[in-house]
Write a protein that binds this ligand. Structure first.
Ligand SMILES: NC(=O)c1ccc[n+]([C@@H]2O[C@H](COP(=O)([O-])OP(=O)(O)OC[C@H]3O[C@@H](n4cnc5c(N)ncnc54)[C@H](OP(=O)(O)O)[C@@H]3O)[C@@H](O)[C@H]2O)c1
Length: 313
């Protein structure tokens, strides 16, 4: 184990972010505890892979059980939260996890962000971002150090594909620039950032690939010139209407955990306001400056990959 090894707990370690993040932290020589609610048919394989990699497992069926969480967090320097996220989950468990970490003597807390730069947003842009902002305030008030990871969009959701969408779907203003990254890069940069002394009480903006929807659709067409894609565009007016009127409970998108109205708030912030990332925000470090030699996967690397675009089709 390296001299600067950190004891770090990852809550939600079987998820899209949590799993590769726990792996990256372990590969870097840190002492990682993966926290999951319960072993299931869905997460069992990932839990086994983490165990094989040398990660310790801890289970807590109910993250509002503060005493149980304090016991799990005891002895850890850092807690990273990467559970599934929507306003209901944030409201139910977010505060309890922060309180338990503070009570257990954890010194750095990394809340469940991994997307839009919510620190730079004012309240009212979308319900999911509002709860993430509230959580940030609670972390800051807890007295623990913190690091906020703003990753831009995951390739899966932000690059055109037919796995998560029925047609090639574009949103709002096609010329808005946005940052998007492969989940493996998000995990690796997050793993480096959350143990780095330069990022204490800072936000980190991952900003390795910055593109527009027009550009990525062109890359897709260049990769698959003979495929007859069908297209769908969700207009700015639609997004604005849906932000106020879509069902606040129904989750109709194929990917993601947010109900339709929350998702419309996300689309509004990204594809109408153009505020997914904020590399120049005053309390924000640009990951491209922190780790200048890191080479990110590019959109064209995955848009030419049959599995990424078509999956099982
Ligand atoms: N930037 C982007 O494009 C983008 C895209 C998607 C998500 N995100 C953000 O990334 C963060 C992590 O999301 P993710 O997609 O990695 O999560 P995820 O894969 O949906 O879920 C992570 C883990 O959370 C646990 N979980 C599921 N439901 C839960 C609940 N009700 N309460 C507590 N734990 C629950 C599950 O683990 P166990 O069953 O093992 O407990 C699951 O494996 C979120 O903040 C999300 O908003 C960003």
């Amino acid at each position: 184990m390296p001299e600067d090894s950190v004891r770090i707990a990852v809550v939600g370690a079987t998820g899209q972010v949590g799993f590769p993040l726990a792996q990256s932290l372990t590969n870097a020589g840190h002492d990682v505890t993966a926290i999951s609610r319960i072993r299931t048919a869905q997460n069992g394989r990932k839990l086994d892979l983490l165990t094989d990699a040398g990660v310790s497992l801890a289970f807590c069926e109910d993250y509002t059980d503060t005493d149980a969480m304090i016991e799990i967090f005891q002895g850890h320097d850092t807690v990273v939260v990467a559970t599934r996220m929507n306003t209901a989950i944030a409201g139910e468990v977010g505060g309890h996890i922060i309180d338990a970490a503070a009570a257990a003597g954890v010194t750095r807390f990394v809340p469940d962000e991994f997307g839009t730069h919510t620190l730079a947003l004012e309240y009212g842009c979308g319900t999911l971002f509002d709860v993430k902002k509230k959580t940030q305030e609670r972390v800051i008030a807890s007295g623990m150090n913190y690091t906020l990871m703003f990753t831009g969009g995951f390739f899966d959701y932000f690059l055109p594909n037919l796995r998560l969408f029925d047609r090639i779907t574009t949103f709002g203003d096609l010329s808005i620039q946005f940052a998007t990254h492969d989940i493996s890069d998000i995990a690796e940069i997050s793993a480096r950032s959350v143990v780095d002394s330069r990022t204490v009480n800072k936000a980190v903006q991952i900003h390795g690939n910055v593109v527009t929807q027009t550009e990525v659709v062109e890359i897709l067409r260049d990769c698959w010139p003979d495929y007859g894609f069908e297209y769908e565009h969700v207009t700015t007016e639609d997004i604005i209407y849906q932000k106020e009127h879509a069902d606040p409970k129904l989750v109709s998108a194929k990917g993601g955990a947010e109900p339709d109205r929350e998702r419309a708030g996300i689309n509004y912030t990204i594809w109408v306001l153009g505020r997914l990332s904020a590399p120049n925000h005053e309390n924000t470090l640009n990951a491209s400056h922190l780790f200048p030699d890191y080479v990110y996967k590019k959109p064209e690397d995955v848009l030419c990959d049959r599995n990424f675009v078509f999956g099982d089709k």
